[in-house]
Design a protein around this ligand. Structure first.
Ligand code: NAD
Ligand code: ZN
Ligand code: ZN
Length: 346
C-alpha cells in the first residue's frame, strides 16, 4: 500500500510503498478514509535527531478516520465496514489516568513504549492503518468523514483547553484565540457553541482573519506588538478572561500574558517554544498558565456529538495521497486556510 512517511531527519515527507499491515490479536485494521495534516508534524520534522523519541521511518498522520476492514483475534463490538474516528493519544488503558479516559496523560505510556499513531506508531496517512485497541475508536455516527477527521485533534485539543476554563467564560467575558489555523478556527466555533463569551481572534494575515470572522469571531486583531493594547481597549481596559495561544511562540506567549485579565487563564497550546513566567508581579493577580496536551476519550465523544448537532463546521482543503508532501509544504508556509486533509483511498 501507499504511505506518507517521514524517513530521515530533516528530509521532506515522501510517498512510498510499504507492506499491507495486518491486525494482531486485539487490534483493528482500518481502511483509511481521511487523515488530517497537523502543524505538530512539522514541529516533529524540525527536531534534531537527539530530540526524536521514536525511530524512523514513520508513517505520518495522527488525525484519522476510516472504515473497519478486519478485526484481530478476540475483537468484538465492531462490524466490518463501520465508520470510525481514531482517538490518537493512546495510553495503556489501565493506569489511574487511563481509567478516567485521560489516555493523553497515561502514566505508563513512556515505560511501555506506547506512542500515538503518526507520532511514533504507524499513522493514518496510508491506505490502511492498525489501531491497537477498539477502545481507541469512536463511531462517526453519520458525520462526513472528511470534515470530521480534524475533530480528532484540531477539535479535541481546543475542546479540552476550553473545558478547563469554562467557569471563567461567563456572559460578559472575553476569550482570545491567537492563531486561527487548523486548531484556532475550530476553537472559535467551540467557544461560540459552548459559551456566551465575546471572541477576539488574532492572526497575521487578512485571509486568516477573514476565516476567523466567517466562523464566528466577534472581533479580529492583527497579531503584532500593538495587539495586547488593542485587546485591552476592546475590553474596557480589563483584558481577556481566557487567552488560548495556538502559536505558542515567544512573542505570542508574551502577548497572552500582556492581554489576560486578573484571575484569567492563559493556555499555551502551540509548540512554538514560548514560555510565560509566573510569579508575583509577572502577570495580573491570580492568572493561571497551563500547557495541555490533546484531550480525553470522553471529550472526543463530546466533540463529535457537538459536530453532529451542527455546532462545528471544519474548513477543509482535500489532497490525494500523492499530494501530501505538497500539503505539508503549504502548511509550513502558512498557505492552508483551515485544515488540509489527505484522502489515502480517494
Ligand atoms: P496551523 O498552521 O494550521 O495554524 C497556526 C496559525 O497561527 C496560522 O493561521 C498562522 O497564520 C498563525 N500564526 C503564525 N504566527 C502567528 C503569530 N505570531 N500571531 C498570530 N497567529 C500566528 O497549525 P495547527 O495545526 O492549528 O497547530 C497550531 C499549533 O498547535 C502548532 O504549534 C501545533 O504544533 C500545536 N498543537 C498542539 C497540540 C497540543 O496538544 N498541545 C495539539 C495539536 C497541535
Ligand atoms: Zn496534532
Ligand atoms: Zn495508562
Amino acid at each position: 500500500m501507499k504511505a506518507v512517511q517521514y524517513r530521515s531527519v530533516g528530509a521532506a515527507p515522501e510517498v512510498v510503498t510499504v507492506p499491507d499491515p495486518e491486525p494482531g490479536p486485539g487490534q483493528v485494521l482500518l481502511k483509511v478514509t481521511a487523515a488530517g495534516v497537523c502543524h505538530s508534524d512539522i514541529a516533529v520534522m524540525s527536531m534534531p535527531a537527539e530530540r526524536l523519541s521514536f525511530p524512523l521511518p514513520l508513517t505520518l498522520g495522527h488525525e484519522g478516520v476510516g472504515t473497519v476492514a478486519a478485526l484481530g483475534a478476540g475483537v468484538t463490538g465492531l462490524a466490518e465496514g463501520e465508520a470510525v474516528a481514531v482517538y490518537g493519544p493512546w495510553g495503556c488503558g489501565n493506569c489511574a489516568k487511563c481509567a478516567e479516559g485521560k489516555e493523553n496523560y497515561c502514566l505508563r505510556a513512556a515505560e511501555l513504549g506506547i506512542r500515538p499513531p503518526g507520532l511514533g506508531a504507524p499513522g493514518a496517512m496510508a491506505e490502511y492503518m492498525v489501531v491497537d485497541s477498539p477502545r481507541h475508536l469512536v463511531p462517526l455516527g453519520g458525520l462526513d468523514p472528511v470534515r470530521a477527521v480534524p475533530l480528532t485533534d484540531a477539535g479535541l485539543t481546543p475542546y479540552h483547553a476550553i473545558k478547563r476554563s469554562l467557569g471563567k467564560l461567563t456572559p460578559g467575558s472575553t476569550a482570545v484565540v491567537i492563531g486561527t489555523g487548523g486548531l484556532g478556527h475550530v476553537a472559535i466555533q467551540l467557544l461560540r457553541a459552548m459559551t456566551a463569551a465575546r471572541v477576539i481572534a488574532l492572526d497575521v494575515t487578512e485571509e486568516k482573519l477573514a476565516l476567523a470572522r466567517s466562523v464566528g469571531a466577534h472581533e479580529t486583531v492583527r497579531s503584532d506588538a500593538s495587539a495586547p493594547a488593542r485587546v485591552r481597549e476592546l475590553t474596557g481596559g480589563i483584558g481577556a478572561q481566557v487567552v488560548l495561544d495556538f502559536v505558542g511562540a515567544p512573542p505570542t506567549a508574551a502577548a497572552a500574558g500582556a492581554m489576560v485579565a486578573v484571575e484569567g487563564d492563559v493556555t499555551i497550546v502551540g509548540l512554538g517554544g514560548g514560555t510565560l513566567a509566573v510569579g508575583f508581579g509577572a502577570l495580573p493577580y491570580e492568572v493561571s498558565v497551563s500547557s495541555p496536551y490533546w484531550g480525553t476519550r470522553a471529550e472526543l465523544i463530546e466533540v463529535l456529538d457537538l459536530a453532529r448537532v451542527g455546532a462545528v463546521d471544519v474548513h477543509v482543503e482535500t489532497y490525494g495521497i500523492d499530494e501530501a508532501p505538497l500539503a505539508y509544504e503549504r502548511l509550513h508556509s502558512g498557505r492552508i486556510n483551515g485544515r488540509a486533509v489527505i484522502l489515502p483511498n480517494g
